[in-house]
Design a protein around this ligand. Structure first.
Ligand SMILES: Nc1ncnc2c1ncn2[C@@H]1O[C@H](COP(=O)(O)OP(=O)(O)OP(=O)(O)O)[C@@H](O)[C@H]1O
Length: 254
């Protein structure tokens, strides 16, 4: 087994008297896609926010390749390779798909390629942007304003922007939420492609069991902010403890 790229150690956050994430210790490895499941209010999104830095932990640690990120801002965590997909609100809606991807590539380049000469720099940026455009099958939409994309293509553009940042750890929160059945497989195939790169660690929050079945190498189950179970998806979902938690919340696990 490879070394974990990401570890949370006793990660905890309290909102007043409510402990939304309670001492969650977990390791995530390159080449592995872990789906985080649990009933509504279990703490999944809060756990994600603690890893990406949108929330600060009350106690515990977030460690990436041996570096303690716990007190870092989201941008510093991104610099250390944590990449989280967000809905398109932070895009430039009037710019084209290709221009948005190029900006993401440029933001990434600002982190690591300062030594390149300007002309070569520009060519490399453009080639990289084209690469991510094609990889996400958005070529036909290259020159359309991002704001005018159909919903399914907007979700693909979110994946393209994340890929352009070239993170080590990819984080997706319900990546097919609100998508039509036609488009969901395309986004899932993009995520499956990322997972085939054995240097990448992928974390996914997901409710849909068909998505869990299609993509998960491993699942972790959160319940009342605590880590209830982890391991092989089929085995964990079949366990009585996990079934009780879901049935107790009247949510199907079939
Ligand atoms: N900023 C906050 N202030 C107070 N309570 C919060 C805050 N953020 C989350 N919570 C609470 O923490 C708990 C976990 O919420 P969270 O959104 O992480 O759950 P979830 O598992 O992602 O749920 P869902 O599947 O419904 O999205 C909930 O009880 C929620 O009300």
């Amino acid at each position: 087994m490879t070394q974990p790229s990401l570890i949370t150690r006793d990660l905890t956050i309290r909102f007043g008297g409510h402990v939304a994430v309670n001492a969650v210790s977990c390791a995530f490895h390159p080449g592995e896609l872990t789906v985080i499941v649990g009933p509504n209010g279990a703490g999944k999104t809060t756990y994600f926010n603690l890893i990406s830095g949108q929330l600060s932990a009350s106690s515990g640690q977030v460690i990436k390749d041996g570096v303690d990120l716990t007190r870092m801002a989201p941008s510093a965590r991104a610099h250390h390779g944590i990449g989280r997909a967000f809905q398109l609100t932070n895009l430039f809606p009037a710019l084209s798909v290709l221009e948005n991807i190029r900006l993401a590539v440029q933001a990434r380049a600002g982190m690591g390629w300062r030594m390149l000469r300007p002309v070569r720099h520009f060519r490399v940026l453009s080639e990289k942007a084209e690469h991510f455009l094609e990889a996400t099958r958005l070529g036909a939409r290259a020159h359309q304003p991002a704001a005018l994309l159909p919903h399914g293509d907007q979700r693909k553009l979110e994946v393209a922007l994340l890929m352009a940042m070239e993170p080590d750890v990819y984080m997706f929160d319900e990546p097919t939420a609100g998508m039509s059945l036609d488009h969901a497989p395309e986004v899932l195939e993009l995520i499956a492609g990322i997972k085939r790169d054995t240097t990448k660690t992928v974390l996914l929050v997901e409710h849909k069991m068909e998505v869990v079945r299609a993509l998960a190498d491993r699942i972790i189950v959160l319940h009342n902010g605590e880590l209830l179970a982890q391991g092989d998806p089929a085995e964990v979902m079949a366990s009585q403890l996990v079934r009780d938690v879901y049935l107790g919340k009247s949510e199907g696990v079939a």
